[in-house]
Each structure stands twice: as C-alpha cells, then as structure tokens.
Design a protein around this ligand. Structure first.
Ligand SMILES: [Zn+2]
Length: 312
C-alpha cells in the first residue's frame, strides 16, 4: 500500500493539519486557531487530539511540521518565532515524538511551502527553484539541485529581508529598507492609506466602506481591476520592487522557476506583469529567459503538503 503522511502547518494565527498521499492529494484535513500568546504544550496537545481524530491516523507513516519561525531542523527545535513569543527553544520534535507515529520532521514554514511548490507547481521536474510567500511577511525557500537548501544555520531563504533601499524605513528584523517593508500586506495597505489622504474619491474607499483602516490587499486588487489609478499604481510599484529583487536573485542563483504564493500573490497579473517586465529590463538575458515566474496554483495547500513531503 502506498504510504501516507501527516503534514502540519503551524502558523501564528492558525494551525492546519492534513493527511496527504504520495501524490500530494489531501485525503483529510483539519485546522484550529492559534494565537500570539499560545503556549507550546497546549498547542501540541491540540495537534495530537486533532491528529488522532483523523480517520487515516493509524496509517500515517511519518509527520512533517512547518513552523513560522527560526528552526533548528537537526534537533527539531523552534529557536524563536516573531509571531509566537512564548515559543522559545521549544523542543517540538521531542514533544510530538511521544504522541505521533513515525519520524517527525520540523522545518520553517516557508521551507515547507517551497518543498510543496517544488512537488506541486514544478512536479519535481526542475532542479533549481525559489518559492516566495507574500503575506503579512515575505518568506522564501530555496530548492537547489533538487534539494531543499537550508544554509549553515537553517536560515537560508529569507528573501523578505533582502534590502531594497539602504535608506529605507526600519524593518521588524532590525535592518532598514528590506523588501518586506515595501510589499508586505500591511505595508501595501498603509501606502494606500497615505495616498488617499490627498484623494477623497477612490474605489478603494468605496470597497473598504469608507474606512482607510479596513484596506486590505484583496480590496486593492478589486479596486485595481475596476481601474482605480491609486490601486493600479500600488501594484505596479510593488511588482517593480519585487522585480528588482528577483533580477538580483536570477543573476545570483540562476533558478529555472520562481513560484509566488501567499495571500498577496492572489493579485495575479496585477503584480506578476510588472515583476516580469522589471526582470526583463534588469536581469542578465540568458538566465532571465529560462526562468519561469509563476503564481502557485496550490497556495492553500503548499504548507501542509510541503510539510508532509518533508517527512518522506
Ligand atoms: Zn528585514
């Protein structure tokens, strides 16, 4: 019988679980809320409870967990997580090993997503791939020569903290002008808010019910689709900024594929077109011509499937 795996995507606001077959099909899934102040032992107890309630639990041969944070993959320890401050040097692997069957693999959530993109979007058919998750933060994962590349301390892939502007605004990471500080979901919304101070009539305000604090990337995408110039320009600028970073990545790493995932990537062509245009203008011609830049068709399940496949 083909093996099946348990994949867990442990994020700051939600924990998703899925039983996945060898082809990446989700046989069963569940989720529960997580919160900023969650206590590791309590979350682990919930993971165990939800896992054991799965119909296929007894058939699971291995478990993989992707965690939003800095991970020691060797020891299976969550060193720290900016969005889960109580998770400090948490021995997650040890805590789960007592309760769940098979080998437990722990990794960063963007690494898990990259592994998912490698198998689902690229079908395992390229050798070098970059996955960029665009959401509240900007994460990334690197597949190098068909393997997940983690670097010396497991930190590799932090694309969001590549600097775009040396004199730019302070980033959560402590540096200045990181790309995340420009294209992270909250920053896109606050750019709109700023621009609307001098423009009272915009589709963005209609869609947000007149409340500038309710502006989201989803609203910005809908507004751009109905030809709102502020929204269109925000996406053009964000795409150009990402394109500048991608041009650097293409010259430096020479990937065959860059996969965009996460909520902000749902803007589709609005962000993808200016990215491609900027890459064409700025990257070396040959590596740019072979690099496919795509939006993942599997955003919702990259995290859990990737985590599950990490345990294979
Ligand atoms: Zn940063």
């Amino acid at each position: 019988m083909a093996k099946i795996y348990l994949g867990i995507d442990l994020g700051g606001t939600e924990v998703k679980l899925a039983v996945v077959d060898a082809y990446g099909n989700i046989l069963e899934h569940a989720s529960f809320q997580n919160s900023f102040n969650s206590v590791p032992e309590e979350v682990v107890a919930e993971i165990v409870r939800f896992s054991r309630n799965m119909k296929h639990f007894s058939e699971v041969s291995a478990t993989g967990v992707g965690v939003a944070g800095d991970i020691d993959q060797q020891k299976g320890v969550v060193r720290f997580s900016p969005n889960l401050p109580r998770w400090k040097n948490t021995p997650l692997k040890k805590l789960l090993e007592r309760e769940l069957p098979g080998i437990i693999s722990i990794d960063n959530d963007a690494n898990a997503a990259a592994w998912g993109a490698y198998w689902l979007d690229a079908k395992g058919k390229v050798r070098n791939l970059i996955c960029v998750t665009l959401g509240t933060g900007v994460g990334g994962g690197i597949i190098c020569d068909g393997k997940l590349y983690r670097g010396a301390t497991g930190t590799a892939g932090e694309i969001g903290h590549i600097p775009l502007n040396p004199d730019g605004p302070r980033c959560n990471c402590g540096s200045f002008g990181c790309i995340e500080r420009y294209v992270g979901a909250a920053h896109l919304s606050s750019q709109a808010k700023e621009l609307l101070k001098t423009r009272k009539h915009s589709k963005i305000l209609t869609l947000s019910g007149g409340d500038p604090d309710a502006i989201t990337p989803y609203i910005l995408a809908r507004a751009a689709e109905s030809n709102d110039t502020i929204a269109i320009n925000i996406w053009k600028t964000a795409g150009r900024q990402l394109g500048i970073v991608f041009a650097g990545i293409i010259n430096f790493f020479n990937p065959e594929m860059i996969v965009l995932a996460g909520g902000v990537s749902k803007a589709g062509k609005l962000i993808l077109d200016p990215i491609k245009e900027t890459v064409r203008e700025r990257a070396f011609e040959k590596p740019a011509s072979i690099c496919k830049i795509v939006i993942s068709k599997y955003t919702q399940k990259l995290g859990v499937v990737g985590a599950a496949f990490l345990s294979r």
